[in-house]
Design a protein around this ligand. Sequence first.
Ligand SMILES: [Mg+2]
Length: 269
Amino acid sequence: MKPLAALPAEEARKLRGLLFDLDDTVLSHGVLTRAAYDALWDLKGAGLVLVAVTGRPSGWGEVIARQWPIDAAITENGAVLVHREGMAIARVEACDATERRSRRIRLAQLVETVREIVPEARLTDDVDARVSDITWDIGERVRLPDERIELIAEAIRAARARTTRSSVHIHATFDADDKATGTMRYLVSRGEDAGAARSRFAFVGDSPNDAACFAAFTTTFGVANIERHVERITVAPRYITPSTMGAGFAEIARALLELRATSAVASRE
Ligand SMILES: [Mg+2]
């Protein structure tokens, strides 16, 4: 990973938008700081497309897509897209209602299995706002030891479900999407070319469930706290910020806006 300061102006200048994880990336220990929120407004003011790409529930996506200066939220690790349609909010899923019901029944059975194997594991407090997955708390209200987390992961895989981990949750889902496929489907639905979008949209994240986007996009950033997870990340981001979480996100916003301004001036001369 190179320092953020090594980002060339040309690379910043060709971006049409910024895609970003929420927990421990824009949010600092779950809180939206003033610096991070200002950074979002500054990026929006500069005309960049802004898309949250999160493992958080689609119910959260519906709130932030209404209230934040963003174009859409890709939620539940890519499975559910939430975006504005005028004053309304649209929710888009890759599977139909019958299949969704069947998957939810299987997830409920998995919850019972995990309860027997790891009785101390707790579902996350945002689980009721989820559509496509089930999540256990591993680092938000409680910190579960790695070997107990691995037992949950084994139970998920034994049920033929997929599992991913963020800094705070472990997920189980029968959906096939990851953050990258869900994001790319949204960008293509906006009329972006799937090939060109890889270098026209940058991604910021901090943890193993961001690896799909670190691999899918050309310009990728990790906030400094990514160092904590670097051994478990299959693909690392290209640049790393000096500061952690929301402060690191604000540094990226500042760098992008400054580089885009300077290169625009240079190109006019
Ligand atoms: Mg995160």
